[in-house]
Design a protein around this ligand. Structure first.
Ligand SMILES: [Zn+2]
Length: 200
């Protein structure tokens, strides 16, 4: 049975702990497979989110997932869509480029799974951008992130991979990596903006 796991909110201590690596032999085991499935279901049912780290569902393990929607957001921006953001920091698109009515078609997103991630390379260049967090509802802030990052990790099938990410996908990856260290975006944000009261 897969279920929606409640997302842990600040100031829960698990969000401040340093997460532990998953034993490579356990990745294909029932417990970790169920956790990954539950994380995917949880993120799918939380349309405001594009990434989720295991500590956010109460498990202090080095696992995070990123929705392929993050890639679509980068592609839309490349095609000339003007990127703004919602009250929760998630990108939104205001102005259409010629002939396009929507920045991208919403669909059943797949999720990239990163287990025991290790940063292999980062760009010197940083970009400033709005950011929010499912564990810190009702707030967003401006955070500087490296424009590009290369991460080595293990996928949900136990296979090692290296992935380079840039722009928004790189931002989400850095945000999720921070979760595994017990760091939240509010620790790094230059300005934190509270969304309207009772805004959820
Ligand atoms: Zn977060």
């Amino acid at each position: 049975m897969t279920k929606n796991i409640p997302i842990v909110k600040e100031p829960n201590k698990v969000l401040r702990a340093s997460a532990k690596d998953v034993d490579a032999d356990d990745i294909r085991g029932k417990k970790i497979q169920k956790l990954i499935t539950d994380m995917k279901v949880t993120l799918k049912n939380t349309p405001d989110g594009v990434g989720l780290a295991a500590p956010q569902v109460g498990k202090s393990l080095n696992i995070f997932i990123v929705s392929e929607e993050a890639e679509e957001i980068d592609k839309a921006e490349k095609r000339g869509w003007e990127k703004g953001h919602n009250d929760d920091g998630k990108p939104s698109f205001a102005k259409a480029s010629e002939g396009e009515k929507k920045p991208y078609e919403k669909r059943e997103w797949k999720y990239h799974v990163f287990i025991n991630p290790v940063v292999k390379n980062i760009s010197k260049k940083k970009l400033e951008g709005p950011e929010g967090c499912l564990s810190v509802p009702g707030k967003y802030g401006t955070v500087k992130r490296h424009e590009k990052i290369t991460v080595q990790a293990i996928d949900e099938h136990g296979k090692k991979f290296i992935r380079g990410a840039s722009r928004f996908f790189a931002r989400v990856t850095q945000h999720e990596l921070d979760h595994l260290q017990g760091t939240l975006f509010i620790d790094k944000a230059e300005k934190i903006i509270e969304a309207k009261p009772n805004g959820g």
